[in-house]
Design a protein around this ligand. Structure first.
Ligand SMILES: Nc1ncnc2c1ncn2[C@@H]1O[C@H](COP(=O)(O)OP(=O)(O)O)[C@@H](O)[C@H]1O
Ligand SMILES: O=P(O)(O)O[C@H]1O[C@H](CO)[C@@H](O[C@H]2O[C@H](CO)[C@@H](O)[C@H](O)[C@H]2O)[C@H](O)[C@H]1O
Length: 479
């Protein structure tokens, strides 16, 4: 079997490819007829010389989003790969969605573990790395890991959303199972380092037990479709995969449904959160909040409020009360700004037996521009995010069709206790008296609820009442 090296290198994208792409979960759909152009490619070698592996950069001019699309081409069909077929070329070559092809997973992890380089043409056998002079290129970087592992299997994580994560099974040279790896392939690319990579790598390298161990990442360079200038950014991120664990959302929901107190678990989560914040303040620059920092946060709060009122017109009556909470925050004493999680909720935390809470996904809020997400921010924003998440547990129980008034009341009491315990744990570990920052915390919780209004309006309209109710409560909470 020979490698179909140039099988799918033409710049024109076929109708089949376009149809496939616009039906992906990670495609930010707006138009049914996107204007897709291939603007770059980087090539990964297949040591077995059986598969052509190419990572295409595809620009959608209608939304100005640049996507990373790994593809593999095979002359013989991929066993079990029917659902991953992108298109069948006239010469019999089959093109697959790369993350579903073990050949891609193996090549990607090898690149990370060996610090490999890739360009837009494959290097000749034993030759120097492919050129990267102004063209698309990628380089693997590894952290503190055992690099002598062999890939024995891979599959895509179910529930693919904005990115695609591949679980890669590995073994040591002696055949003993090694730590499985999860490799997140970023789909929508932005110039600049992805905060998920930067923050988790720094925490992991510092020995934190509150994040999975970092294996490494791939960074790349490409011509920005809007400006044609060469930009650099993150392409993929590999970490230790912690198998057979539940996330804190499921654990908390089950506890609330069974009427089990979450006091100790929430307190431990508060402590873990404070420990992460203390570590991030040590590892990254912090700064006093300047007048322009305060102005930027307030502008962002007001923009989100305006968006939420547009998305949920029934909330219009809360406009003045919301503005008053925001004004109070503007006048409050602001703590130092630092790097934070940025989109902190129960679904981002794993409950790991024997290890405790482990936090994932430091990418920040998906609805916020990436440059903003890398700026130092208020650590209280994460505290507020988790408070909202406990409220969501109660909200999801109360909004179930068959929920009784008694169940709703019990769920509310459960959430109140969890919220208080979380704050106690946070205060104990950080040494902060959160009561002195209540005004700011309230404003941030309201801000998160307003963000959630827009998020739910766009994604899960039946859950819109959960944050909408919170907006009404928080806007009028007596201070
Ligand atoms: N290191 C890991 N170990 C175990 N499960 C993980 C790990 N990283 C991610 N996951 C699982 O994958 C899901 C998605 O990961 P996340 O980083 O939140 O990706 P996305 O950016 O696509 O939302 C998580 O909710 C979790 O269930
Ligand atoms: O995990 P993501 O980065 O995709 O975050 C987005 O989706 C979250 C929903 O999965 C959303 O979180 C909201 O719903 C959660 C329950 O499903 C709840 O625990 C959170 O508190 C609530 O904000 C998140 O806001 C959004 O950015």
């Amino acid at each position: 079997m020979s490698v179909p090296a140039t099988a799918f290198r033409s710049d024109a994208l076929s109708g089949a490819f376009t149809d496939w792409m616009r039906t992906r979960r990670w495609f930010r759909a707006t138009a049914s007829n996107p204007a897709l152009t291939r603007v770059g490619v980087w090539v990964l070698p297949d040591p077995k010389h059986q598969v052509a592996i190419e990572v295409h950069l595809v620009h959608d001019a209608t939304t100005d989003v640049l996507y990373q699309v790994p593809l593999t081409a095979r002359t013989a069909p991929l066993l079990g790969g029917e659902d991953a077929l992108v298109e069948q070329l006239p010469d019999g070559v089959s093109v697959y969605d790369g993350p579903h092809d073990p050949a891609f997973a193996r090549a990607l992890l090898t690149m990370i573990l060996t610090g490999g380089r890739a360009g837009d043409v494959e290097p000749a056998e034993g030759g120097s790395p492919a050129p990267s002079d102004g063209r698309t290129s990628a380089v693997g970087r590894h952290g503190h890991v055992d690099t002598a592992v062999r890939v024995v299997g891979s599959h895509v994580l179910r529930g693919e959303q904005s990115n695609t994560s591949i679980i890669i099974e590995t073994v040591h040279p002696n055949g003993k199972p090694a730590t499985p790896v999860i490799c997140k392939v970023f789909r929508a690319l932005s110039p600049g380092d992805n905060p998920d990579v930067v923050i988790q790598s720094a925490l992991s390298d510092a020995g934190s037990r509150f994040v999975p161990r970092t294996i490494g990442h791939v960074e790349g360079a490409w011509a920005d479709p809007a400006t044609a200038s060469r930009v650099e950014g993150s392409l993929a991120f590999a970490q230790e995969f912690i198998p057979d664990v539940e996330d804190a959302w499921r654990v908390a929901l089950r506890a609330a449904e069974h009427g089990e107190s979450f006091r100790d678990a929430a307190s431990a989560l508060g402590e873990a959160t404070a420990a992460i914040h203390v570590e991030l303040a040590r590892l990254f620059d912090t700064r006093r909040a300047s007048a322009s920092d305060v102005e930027a946060v307030l502008t962002s709060m007001r923009t989100r409020a305006a968006q939420a009122f547009a998305d949920a017109p029934a909330l219009a009556g809360e406009r003045d009360a919301v503005a008053a909470v925001q004004r109070a925050a503007e006048d409050a004493a602001w703590p130092e700004l630092q790097r934070i999680h940025g989109d902190y909720h129960l679904g981002q935390v794993l409950a790991v037996p024997g290890r405790g809470w482990v936090v994932l996904d430091f990418e920040g809020e998906p609805l916020r521009p990436i440059a903003e997400r890398s700026e130092p921010d208020l650590a209280l924003r994460d505290v507020a995010g988790m408070l909202r998440s406990f409220d969501y547990v109660a909200g999801s129980i109360s909004s179930a069709e068959q929920a009784t008034a008694e169940q709703s009341e019990a769920a509310r009491a459960w959430a109140d206790e969890a919220r208080a315990a979380f704050l106690e744990g946070y205060a104990a570990r950080s040494g902060l008296d959160l009561r002195t920052q209540q005004v700011l915390l309230d404003a941030l919780e309201l801000d998160k609820a307003l963000y959630e209004v827009s998020y739910e309006a766009q994604n899960r309209p039946t859950w819109l009442p959960i944050p909408a109710t919170a907006v009404r409560t928080l806007a009028h909470r007596a201070r």
